[in-house]
Write a protein that binds this ligand. Structure first.
Ligand SMILES: [Fe+2]
Length: 271
């Protein structure tokens, strides 16, 4: 039976990185994030993992509706209705509607009103209903570490403590940095990020921080049908393993920072 795929030379698939950092500022950072989120333009993400082919086969037919599948089944009339809610200048032909199913790769952006319509009209399940990008540049998954992006000015203004902490992390460059929030009773779909690239994996350094310490991610062993919970308010893991988050009766968020670790830090955490 295949085991989990290890991380940074370790047999274990995740590393609790708390011992490497001073987290005494996390209470203030948590307060800042909660306050400033109320004034931020947040969006949805997720909702197409099935059509992206990254969920375990056993969950392909679960009752949570995937927008990629919905869009592919649109009639021409439904497509016109959907497109009337677009913010994009780009004219997308009905025959090219599959472009929307790759939203997370940015091929065709879905507007906030389109997200809502997919939810209201078709019952699409969006796991992350509070999604906020911190770093400029519409990076694709493959250059999410090397983009070396800047923080949006409004993010620097609204989240100064958070940005300062993220800048202090041992990255040579930061490509993407996103806040992912789960509403009460929502779960994060079990999926894996990079499995198809495991023979030639991209640079894939990242740190997830959860200042409140209440969003417990798990890795999913599909053959054993078992969860391995990740402890810690700051960690990394090998995202070629399936992973997800259980539902909870309250809102939770985490921030994922993708970049390239400094050589020194990589040496410290590697085995
Ligand atoms: Fe993921």
């Amino acid at each position: 039976m295949q085991d989990f795929i290890g991380v940074h030379g370790h047999a274990e698939p995740f590393l609790n990185l708390e011992p490497y950092f001073d987290l005494t500022g996390f209470a203030a950072i948590h307060e800042e994030i909660c306050y400033s989120l109320t004034q931020s333009e947040v969006s949805y993400t997720g909702g197409s993992h099935k059509s992206m082919g990254i969920v375990p086969p056993r969950f392909e037919n679960d009752p949570f509706i995937d927008y990629g599948q919905v869009i592919l089944r649109f009639t021409p009339e439904e497509f016109v209705q959907f497109m009337s809610l677009s913010d994009s200048e780009e004219e997308i032909d009905y025959r090219d509607r599959h472009k929307f199913t790759l939203y997370e790769e940015g091929a065709a952006p879905i507007s906030p009103r389109q997200f809502l319509y997919l939810k209201y009209r078709y019952g699409v399940y969006f796991p992350w209903k509070v999604f906020l990008e911190f770093v400029e540049g519409n990076t694709s998954w493959d250059d999410k570490c090397t983009n070396n992006g800047n923080f949006f000015p409004e993010i620097e203004t609204a989240f100064p403590l958070t940005v300062r902490f993220i800048r202090s992390l041992p990255f040579r460059s930061i490509g993407r940095c996103n806040l992912l929030g789960l509403e009460a009773n929502d779960h994060a779909t079990i999926h894996r990020d990079n499995y198809e690239k495991q023979d030639n994996p991209p640079i894939n350094d990242f740190i997830t921080l959860c200042p409140a310490g209440n969003k417990e991610l798990f890795l999913w062993h599909d053959e054993k049908a078992e969860k391995l919970y990740i402890s810690g308010r700051l960690f990394t893991f090998n995202d070629m393993n399936y992973h997800g988050v259980d539902s909870a009766p309250y809102f939770r968020y985490s921030i994922r920072v993708d970049g390239i670790f400094t050589d020194e830090f990589r040496t410290r955490i590697s085995k």
